[in-house]
Design a protein around this ligand. Structure first.
Ligand code: HAM
Length: 416
C-alpha cells in the first residue's frame, strides 16, 4: 500500500464540526467592523520579501527565522505573508488611497510563520485585522479598542483582559534603547544567549523574554514610560482617560513591546489565561512612520489583528454557537425516494434545512438521523403519509398526511 500523505506540520484542516464556530466568529466580526465604518480589503497571500523585511524589521524573529520565502520562476524573492499590515500599507500607497485621506480597512485570511507549532501556535494561522489610516490622535486608538471590546461582548467572550503601553516616538525609543543596553550590559552574565544576541540587534525584545533566570533583571530595567517625550505622554494620557470614560478596564504593562518593529506610541494586547502559553488573542498598535518608510507620504496609522484559531478555541470553550446542521433528516424507503425528494424541496422552499438519506436499512437511517444533529426524522414508507419523529424533545412520533408535513414542521421549527 502506498504511504498516506499528511498535511504539512503546523497547517490544519478545519473539519465541518468546527466550521460553525469559524463562521460565527467571522460573521460577528464583519458586523462589528461594519458598525465602525471599516470596509473590506482583499490582499494577495504573496508579497515581495523586501516588503516584510522593511516593515516588520530585519532583526525581528519573523523576518530572521519564520518567513516562508522562496524564489519564483523569474528569480524574484517572494514571501507568504506572515501578517497583513505590510500588505495593507503597500496596497494603500500603490492605489493612492492614503495621502490626505482617512481610511478604515479590514481584511482576513491565512498568514504563514515557520514557528514551532504548539497549542494555539501554528504555521498557517488566520487573522482578521483592521487598519485605520490618517488619524493621529488617541481618539481612534480608543475607538479601536472599543471595537474589539464590543466584539468580545457580542461573542460572549468574557474573560479577556486588556494590556496597553506606549512606545513613544522612534527618537524617544532610540534614547531609551541606549539606557536599556547600558543597564543590560551591567547584567550580561545573567542574560541567556538569545538575549545577548538581541542586545545588539533588538534590545527592547529582551524585556519580552520569558526565561525564568532573567525575570528579576527584567523587572529592574529602566522603563520606557519614565523616558517618554511630552507629546507621547499626552497622547497616552488622553487614551487612558478616553478608555476610563468609556468604562473599559485595562492594565498598563510597561514591558509590552510587541514583536514587530513598526510600532510607535500606543500598543495593546487582549490576553487570556485559557490557552496555555499562547495568551494573546488580539494585538496591535500605532505605526505612524510605516507608510513613509515604505515610500508613501507620511500618514499616521493604527491597527490590530485577531488570531482566529485562538478566538475560536475560546468560543468553543465558552459560548453557544448556533448549529447550522440539518433540522430534518428524511429517511425514505427505496420506493419512496421521489416523495422524499419532493418533500425535502418543499421544506427548503420554506427556509428549513433538510438532509435526505438514500439507501440502507431503517435502523441505520435512524442512527444516521441521530448523528446528523437534526431535531426531527421524517420516516417515509408510503406516498400518502409520513412519520415525524422527534429526536431531541418529548414530542415522540406521530403520523402526518404527506400534504400536511411541511406545515407541521414549519409550525414547530419556524420558517425563514
Ligand atoms: P501579531 O501580534 O504578530 O500582530 O499577531 C496578531 C495575533 O495573531 C496574535 O495576537 C495571535 O493571536 C495571532 N497569531 C500570531 N502568530 C500566530 C501563530 N503562529 N499561530 C496562531 N496565531 C497567531 C500582527 O500580526 C500585526 N499585523 C497586528 C497589527 C495590525 N498591528 C497593527 N495593525
Amino acid at each position: 500500500m502506498s504511504k498516506i500523505i499528511q498535511a504539512v506540520r503546523g497547517m490544519n484542516d478545519l473539519l465541518p464540526e468546527v466550521a460553525p464556530y469559524w463562521r460565527h466568529l467571522e460573521t460577528v466580526a464583519r458586523e462589528v467592523l461594519g458598525a465602525y465604518g471599516y470596509r473590506e480589503l482583499r490582499l494577495p497571500l504573496l508579497e515581495r520579501t523586501e516588503l516584510f523585511a522593511r516593515s516588520i524589521g530585519a532583526h525581528t524573529d519573523i523576518v530572521e527565522k519564520e518567513m516562508y520565502t522562496f524564489e519564483d520562476r523569474n528569480g524574484d524573492s517572494l514571501t507568504l505573508r506572515p501578517e497583513g499590515t505590510a500588505g495593507a500599507v503597500r496596497a494603500g500607497i500603490e492605489h493612492g488611497r492614503l495621502h490626505n485621506q482617512v481610511q478604515r480597512w479590514w481584511y482576513g485570511g491565512p498568514m504563514f510563520r515557520h514557528e514551532r507549532p504548539q497549542k494555539g501556535r501554528y504555521r498557517q494561522f488566520h487573522q482578521i485585522g483592521a487598519e485605520a489610516f490618517g488619524m493621529p490622535g488617541p481618539d481612534v486608538d480608543a475607538e479601536m479598542i472599543l471595537l474589539t471590546a464590543r466584539l468580545w461582548r457580542r461573542l460572549g467572550l468574557t474573560r479577556l483582559r486588556l494590556e496597553i503601553n506606549t512606545l513613544g516616538t522612534p527618537e524617544t525609543r532610540a534614547a531609551y534603547r541606549e539606557r536599556l543596553v547600558a543597564y543590560l550590559r551591567g547584567h550580561i552574565e545573567r542574560l541567556d544567549p538569545d538575549s545577548r544576541r538581541r542586545l545588539e540587534t533588538n534590545p527592547l525584545r529582551v524585556l519580552d523574554s520569558k526565561a525564568p533566570g532573567m525575570q528579576d533583571v527584567i523587572a529592574g530595567a529602566p522603563s520606557l514610560l519614565d523616558h517618554l517625550d511630552p507629546e507621547s505622554r499626552a497622547h497616552f494620557d488622553t487614551l487612558r482617560s478616553l478608555l476610563d470614560a468609556a468604562g473599559v478596564e485595562y492594565r498598563v504593562n510597561p514591558r509590552l513591546v510587541r514583536g514587530l518593529d513598526y510600532y510607535t506610541r500606543t500598543v495593546f494586547e487582549w490576553l487570556t489565561d485559557r490557552l496555555g502559553a499562547q495568551s494573546a488573542v488580539c494585538a496591535g498598535g500605532r505605526y505612524d512612520q510605516l507608510v513613509a518608510m515604505l515610500g508613501g507620504a507620511p500618514t499616521p496609522a493604527i491597527g490590530f489583528a485577531i488570531g482566529l484559531e485562538r478566538a475560536v478555541e475560546l468560543l468553543a470553550q465558552s459560548a453557544q454557537v448556533p448549529d447550522d446542521g440539518p433540522q430534518i433528516y428524511l429517511a425514505p424507503t427505496a420506493a419512496q425516494t421521489a416523495t422524499a425528494l419532493s418533500l425535502a424541496e418543499a421544506l427548503r422552499d420554506r427556509g428549513l434545512r433538510a438532509e435526505c438519506h438514500f439507501g440502507g436499512s431503517l435502523k441505520s437511517q435512524l442512527k444516521r438521523a441521530d448523528r446528523s444533529g437534526a431535531r426531527y426524522a421524517l420516516l417515509i414508507e408510503a406516498p400518502t403519509q409520513a412519520v415525524v419523529k422527534d429526536l431531541r424533545g418529548d414530542e415522540g412520533q406521530r403520523t402526518v398526511p404527506t400534504e400536511a408535513v411541511v406545515a407541521h414542521l414549519v409550525e414547530r421549527l419556524g420558517s425563514a
